[in-house]
Design a protein around this ligand. Structure first.
Ligand code: MF3
Ligand code: CO
Length: 253
């Protein structure tokens, strides 16, 4: 069932989203050579606690951490760990914040040190593909319009789109209907309605789109060992256009 949120629910999710966006800005400062994703995870949990929030992922289907931290060829749901990040590593930090029952979900890919040209292009295309998808998140459009826009763009740029993991409705739990594939056909799927809150979170690969699952049954990585990047926002479908609840660019102060 695809739900539509009340004004009050959306406000609560927006508060969670702003906190999540601020937390990502703090993470950005901490992604340096020598830091571990375990340290980032501990930082996030502490930051959220200090701001009256909790990491919704911890305990979700038995997941043990506050964040997912996916390095290089890991596509998503990497476990935070004690390995030190080195210059040139790509790391995606994904997290769901719960603030007074309002949820928001946002992933961001960081590079350790300055990106080389190839890395900068992967990040640029992945982020742009997210915004191409967001542009389509309008009442009356169909779910397929989102995936189509992302796939068209990313493939034209020479990258591939992961199929096994999708965006999703969100609130009151992390994964609600509908699924939002990042590939597909324009004009297909259910129509989007005002008040529905979804995530869009394209995972874009340098090589093939296929993934394989690690023995831990959580972490997906590329089959060819090439790298993957991901940017994710939580947004509300509205008449005035999509409202990004996890926007990092327009935070006051
Ligand atoms: N944004 C991630 C997703 O939708 C959040 C994962 S929560 C986890 O897959 F607990 F499943 F890791
Ligand atoms: Co998500």
């Amino acid at each position: 069932m695809i739900t539509r949120k009340s004004k009050r629910e959306i406000e609560m999710m927006h508060e969670a989203g702003k906190l999540l966006a601020r937390c990502h800005k703090e993470i950005a400062k901490r992604i340096v050579p020598g830091v571990t994703t375990k340290e980032i995870d501990v930082f996030v949990e502490k930051y959220l606690a200090e701001h009256g929030a909790t990491p919704e992922q911890k305990g979700y289907n038995g997941y043990q951490f506050a964040t997912c931290a996916s390095i290089n060829d890991e596509i998503c749901h990497g476990f935070p760990r004690d390995e030190k990040l080195v210059k040139g590593d790509l790391v995606t930090i994904d997290m769901v914040v719960n603030l007074n029952g309002g949820l928001a979900d946002s992933a961001w890919t960081y590079v350790v040190g300055e990106p080389d040209e190839k890395t900068a292009r992967l990040l640029e295309v992945t982020k742009t593909s997210l915004y191409k998808g967001i542009e389509q998140a309008m009442p009356g459009n169909r779910i397929g319009d989102i995936g189509h826009a992302i796939q068209q763009y990313a493939e034209a740029e020479g990258f591939s789109v992961v199929r096994e993991f999708t965006g999703h409705g969100i609130g009151p739990t992390i994964h609600e209907d509908p699924k939002i594939p990042h590939y597909g056909l324009a004009g297909k799927g259910p129509r989007l309605k005002e008040g529905t809150v979804i995530t869009i979170e394209p995972m874009i690969n340098e090589g093939a789109w296929q993934s394989k699952m690690d023995d831990n049954n959580w972490t997906a990585r590329t089959i060819d060992g090439e790298r993957s990047a991901q940017f994710e926002h939580t947004l509300v479908i509205s008449k005035e256009g999509p409202i990004i609840l996890t926007d990092q660019d327009h935070l006051e102060d």
